[in-house]
Design a protein around this ligand. Sequence first.
Ligand code: DGI
Ligand code: FE
Ligand code: FE
Ligand code: FE
Length: 188
Amino acid sequence: DGSMVELEAKVAAQLSDYRFQHVLRVRDYACQLAKQYGVDMQKAEVAALVHDYAKERSDAEFLAVIQSRHLDPDLVNWGNYIWHGVVGAEMIQAELGIDDPEILAAVRQHTTGAGADMSLLSQVIFMADYLEIGRTFPGVETARAVTAQSLAAGVKYQIVHTVLHLVEKETPIYPKSITTYNYWLPRA
Ligand code: DGI
Ligand code: FE
Ligand code: FE
Ligand code: FE
């Protein structure tokens, strides 16, 4: 429908071609998972289209929004990889007029996941971002097979492997990632 085409154009205008192509592949994978797991396809499509909307904004823009919207002050200690989802959701709401709390939560949660407050829509977007057909990391085929069997098992697979990878590289782990790990570990 027309508004979806307009949304797609607004996202394309914000992103380099290679990242926009990633977004389109996330949309495809998200629609497939949404269909399988009974999630609203339209919401999945919108959330996938906007999930990396803010990824190419400057650090200064993110820091200004953290201040003006009174977001968690600890956010200033992190970087683009955390800001583009958590702070990006504010930009998506303000600039694209997307007010659906479930879609905004899926964007906020798409990098780290979340614990008990992760909706099926959020799980679908989290997994589609990880599994889209352009992803080539070792284990991606296993991750796709696990997710096709159980969405929760996919979430667990992703967070376990992401935390392992971050520890391996001695990279700081955002507390929400630990929350996600602890919540999903016994649940799949
Ligand atoms: O935006 P994308 O590249 O499509 O994917 P993403 O938003 O899922 O991930 C962005 C980056 O964030 C990716 O390189 C993995 C990294 N990341 C995920 N969780 C954490 C993290 N980085 C740190 N330092 N800590 C985390 O907990
Ligand atoms: Fe992202
Ligand atoms: Fe991701
Ligand atoms: Fe992404």
